[in-house]
Write a protein that binds this ligand. Structure first.
Ligand SMILES: Cc1ncc(COP(=O)(O)O)c(C=O)c1O
Length: 348
């Protein structure tokens, strides 16, 4: 039975099912075993981990990187590190991803929110904070359900004005945005000043597992030596090897990004012909805002009956429940897109 096409998920470039993936995983296991065996500071760290971590630095042009077994712990690792450097307060977008919200609480930092995507409100919140304290601003770059893009140039300028740290969670920007796909920092030409730390994931456009934090050496060194990094797992050797391979394949197969954007534009024209309100058009997430949750659920079910899957679910960090998230991906063929057109047309 043929699989039902899924116009969903985060494997934007189709790298998760790349033909080189099984061999990359097997090679990592053959050379270093499946298990990471011990912590980063113990016997777990291999020359493969070293090579992978250094490659994340050259790939992103950051001086220092700390690889993570799971990106979800990135917020907790980062906030614990900046708390040890004297930061007391975090000001974050009201809809920031839950790994940031959880991470700042775990680090015992005081959390303040500004209205979603609203830089004027960010400035207001900054002005109201006690003078003299060390502050961090944190936000997603691309919001995972809506696809909305944070106004990062203005956020960066605000961080600079108040001499604040800045954490950008670029999970959905990495591999998609920027001239060479390096993500939102490249897209907006955000300067890599010491205040800037970026959380990257390998689980979305890169089709792998885990992620990494990039920033200035002083801070990243603290992350590498932290309790969360050393009390938990590092990427298993098969994962580290696959990540390393996919970062290289990403550059040698730039047609994947071209195909993603070609498909995205074709999908936008289908959605536009049906006059569907797309929240953000610039990336790979084409989210439709319906009247309410019932309408969004009904469309999702109707699409399934027509043979395509666009699951409706309520996302933890996203208060709006009327959104149906359609993902543009490089893997769709013209016949997949024709199926999408027919299925969507039957809903309205
Ligand atoms: C914005 C954002 N940050 C972090 C994560 C966590 O990434 P991972 O699934 O790679 O642990 C996600 C996952 O969905 C995400 O959407």
């Amino acid at each position: 039975m043929a699989a039902i096409p899924e116009f969903a998920g985060n494997d934007y470039l189709g790298l998760a099912s790349h033909p080189a993936m099984p061999d990359a995983l097997a090679e990592g296991a053959r050379k270093y075993s499946f298990s990471y065996k011990s912590s980063r500071s113990g016997l777990g760290w291999t020359s493969l981990h070293e090579e992978y971590e250094r490659r994340t630095e050259s790939f992103t042009s950051f001086t220092s990187s700390c690889i993570l077994h799971t990106t979800y712990l990135g917020g907790a690792v980062y906030f614990a590190a900046i708390a040890s450097l004297g930061v007391t307060d975090v000001v974050c977008d009201a809809m920031a991803h839950s790994n940031l919200q959880m991470g700042m609480r775990a680090a015992g930092l005081k959390s303040h929110t500004y209205k979603h995507l609203d830089t004027a409100d960010l400035v207001q919140v900054m002005q109201n904070l006690k003078p003299g304290g060390k502050i961090c601003i944190a936000t997603d770059s691309v919001f995972g359900i809506s696809g909305e893009i944070a106004p990062l140039p203005a956020i960066f300028e605000t961080a600079k004005k108040y001499n604040a740290e800045l954490l950008i969670d670029d999970a959905h920007g990495f591999g998609v945005f920027g001239k060479t796909g390096r993500g939102i920092v490249e897209h907006f030409s955000i300067p890599k000043e010491d205040r800037l730390t970026v959380l990257y994931t390998m689980t979305k456009a890169m089709g792998c597992d885990g992620g990494f934090l990039c920033g200035r050496e002083e801070l990243i060194k603290i992350c590498r030596a932290s309790a969360i990094i050393n009390g938990g797992a590092i990427p298993s050797p098969p994962v580290a090897n696959a990540c390393l391979k996919m970062l290289n394949i990403f550059d040698s197969e730039s047609w994947r990004r071209a195909k993603l954007f070609e498909n995205r534009d074709k999908m936008l024209s289908i959605l536009d012909r049906l006059s569907l309100p797309v929240v953000e058009r610039a990336g790979s997430i084409l989210c439709i805002a319906f009247k309410d949750a019932d309408e969004a659920k009904k469309v999702s079910l109707k699409l399934l009956e027509s043979g395509i899957r666009v699951p409706y679910f309520k996302y933890a960090s996203e208060p709006r429940d009327n959104l149906l998230r359609i993902a543009a991906r490089a893997v769709y063929s013209d016949s997949d897109l024709a199926l999408l057109r027919t299925a969507l047309s039957s809903c309205f």
